[in-house]
Write a protein that binds this ligand. Structure first.
Ligand SMILES: NC(=O)c1ccc[n+]([C@@H]2O[C@H](COP(=O)([O-])OP(=O)(O)OC[C@H]3O[C@@H](n4cnc5c(N)ncnc54)[C@H](OP(=O)(O)O)[C@@H]3O)[C@@H](O)[C@H]2O)c1
Length: 276
């Protein structure tokens, strides 16, 4: 996919949330790159950036052939702290630039009242400076819904390229998709498999059985056919490969509709009520 920054982003990403720091993470990242992923998603708050960087170096793949994303954590919001947070992330990863840097969660009204919008705008100013200084190639948002995004869009000098949100069957995020499409913002899906819970769904299992595919491949394909970019995590080599192998088949419109009609589900926090 093409980003509004002019850079391209590989259309599936490998996630590292809850991947324990150390050998498990190093091996999993190396395994993912061997399987074909060129897009790795991490965050300061995952406390595994050192191992992600090490896995990347051990893969032997040149840095410029990879797309690496990280995120500024909620305790580091605001102009100065965001600049310092990015420096630390680069140091921990052992890299001199990031492909994509995201504000991990918006400051929300529940916690910050009327100051929420200005905190997000200040943090965005720092993101723009990081892009100007070429420490990051593209900048974006995560967990921003229209009400969080609007003040940033209204004041940005560099528009956000990406919004990374919880998206999967049962959480279609229609309003956020509309504002993102209108503003040329690529939508990334976190927890596309519902942290694994959706793999047990009987309708998905039924489609998987008929198509000779795994439940995870059916869900990831559904995300991709919604023009959303899935970020998927596993620490098991066989699953890592299985999840990447989703570009040689297509779901029918009927299969797409069946999956879109699955009951409401949310496995992570709601950005409006998050208290962290
Ligand atoms: N921006 C944000 O706020 C935010 C929030 C959450 C996540 N994310 C990003 O999105 C990525 C993906 O989300 P996620 O990790 O929460 O959930 P996910 O990718 O939907 O699901 C991961 C879970 O599913 C299991 N799994 C994966 N592939 C499988 C397969 N083929 N068969 C059976 N089980 C499978 C994994 O277990 P094993 O590892 O044991 O295989 C793990 O328990 C994260 O890693 C992170 O990079 C971002």
């Amino acid at each position: 996919m093409k980003l509004s920054s002019g850079y391209t982003i590989p259309d599936i990403g490998y996630g590292t949330f809850k991947t324990p720091d150390g050998e498990i993470c190093v091996n999993a990242v190396r395994e993912a790159i061997a399987a074909g992923y060129t897009h790795i998603d991490t965050a300061a708050v995952y406390h595994n950036e050192v191992s992600v960087g090490e896995g990347i170096r051990q893969s032997g793949k040149p840095r410029e052939e990879l797309f690496v994303t990280s995120k500024v954590w909620n305790t580091e919001r605001g102009y100065d702290k965001t600049l310092r947070a990015c420096e630390k992330t680069l140091k921990d990863l052992g890299m001199d630039y990031l492909d994509l840097y995201l504000i991990h969660w918006p400051a929300n009204k529940l916690q910050f009242g009327d100051k929420a919008a200005s905190i997000n705008v200040d943090t965005w100013r720092a993101m723009e400076r990081l892009a100007d200084e070429k420490m990051v190639r593209s900048i974006g948002l995560s967990n921003f819904y229209p009400q969080h995004m609007e003040p940033v869009l209204a004041t940005a000098n560099i528009p956000p390229t990406v919004d990374q949100i919880e998206f999967h069957p049962g959480l279609l995020q229609k309003d956020t998709l509309v504002i993102c499409r209108k503003n040329n913002i690529v939508v990334e899906a976190w927890s596309p498999l519902g942290r694994g819970h959706l793999l047990e769904n009987p309708d998905i299992a039924d489609i998987a059985g008929r198509r000779g595919r795994s439940a995870s491949q059916i869900i990831l394909r559904w995300v991709i056919q919604n023009n959303v970019l899935p970020l998927v995590k596993s620490v098991h080599a066989d699953r890592i490969r299985e999840n990447f192998n989703v570009f040689d088949f297509e779901l029918t419109p009927e299969e797409m509709s069946t999956i879109a009609a699955l009951p409401d589900a949310r496995f992570g926090s709601n950005p409006d009520t998050a208290e962290f």
